[in-house]
Design a protein around this ligand. Structure first.
Ligand SMILES: [Fe+2]
Length: 276
């Protein structure tokens, strides 16, 4: 716009006015177009947002469903495994409740060692099934009161391998095999079936060896009265470095001192108790 309008002639002034009126109309049109564009983009953004929200909700529903199904399958598997384990105990009344107690204490122990949910789930299966191979041991040996003859003992010693062979056929239980196969190995190499020593023995076997022995000592057997837990603990400590892993024994001792073995034996056998 010109600076000094007072010097313009009437025609020039009218021309100026027409010019600026046209300019402002053009600007108004542009502005209207921009506003329309922005509005249509806002619609697109809103549609995208709604779509994303709906995808997220679908995904979440799927996830919940998968989780629910996984949980159901796991419960079913645990129930089946429990039934299998009970079938062993039904034949051997002196070990009634043994696998259940061993499972509880194994969970508490593995949890203290920092194991996560999936590993704990496998540990529970392994502990429940550790003696499943006794299915292949004759009743006359399994239920024999008193000492076994050397030949009978040889047959009894087959149970970890028989158990491992049984689990080999069930994909979901394969990860539990080290518990089953190695729970009678000894730190000093004098155990069975493979005679492994020290860290050659899978950690699963080294853990279960302690828990299994602890429960065997504290439960009633036909040929002897149960030991008090404190006495059984002292025996485990005495055999640290010969029968048991000398690094795991102190962890087990602390677990006992903290009252967590008592707690495990008294509470329901549930993973959630140990999953952090
Ligand atoms: Fe065993």
């Amino acid at each position: 716009m010109r600076d000094d309008l007072s010097t313009l002639t009437r025609e020039e002034l009218e021309r100026e006015v027409r010019y600026w009126r046209a300019q402002s109309l053009l600007l108004a049109e542009d502005f209207g177009g921009l506003r329309a564009q922005l509005a249509s983009h806002a619609d697109e953004v809103e549609t995208l947002r709604a779509q994303l929200l709906s995808y997220a909700q679908d995904l979440n529903r799927e996830y919940q469903l998968v989780r629910q199904r996984t949980g159901e399958i796991e419960r079913l598997l645990v129930a089946t495994v429990g039934a299998l384990a009970n079938s062993i105990e039904a034949r051997d009344p002196y070990t009634r409740g043994h696998t259940d107690r061993v499972s509880r204490v194994t969970l508490a122990f593995c949890s203290r060692l920092g194991w996560k949910r999936e590993q704990l789930s496998i540990a529970r299966m392994g502990a429940l099934l550790h003696d499943i191979g006794k299915i292949g041991v004759p009743d006359a040996i399994l239920r024999k009161p008193g000492r076994l003859s050397p030949a009978e003992y040889e047959q009894m010693k087959q149970h970890p391998q028989i158990g491992a062979q049984i689990l080999q056929g069930i994909d979901a239980l394969v990860p539990a095999i080290p518990f089953v196969l190695s729970h009678h190995e000894r730190w000093d190499g004098k155990g069975y079936p493979q005679g492994l020593a020290g860290r050659e023995i899978p950690i699963e076997g080294r853990i279960l060896a302690i828990v299994d022995a602890f429960d065997a000592m504290t439960s009633t057997r036909v040929y002897r009265a149960p030991l008090a837990m404190e006495a059984a603990m002292a025996e485990i400590v005495r055999c640290s470095g010969t029968q048991f892993d000398p690094e795991l024994v102190p962890v087990f001792e602390r677990l006992f001192a903290d009252g967590l073995i008592h707690q495990a034996l008294e509470s329901e056998l549930t993973l959630e108790l140990y999953v952090v």
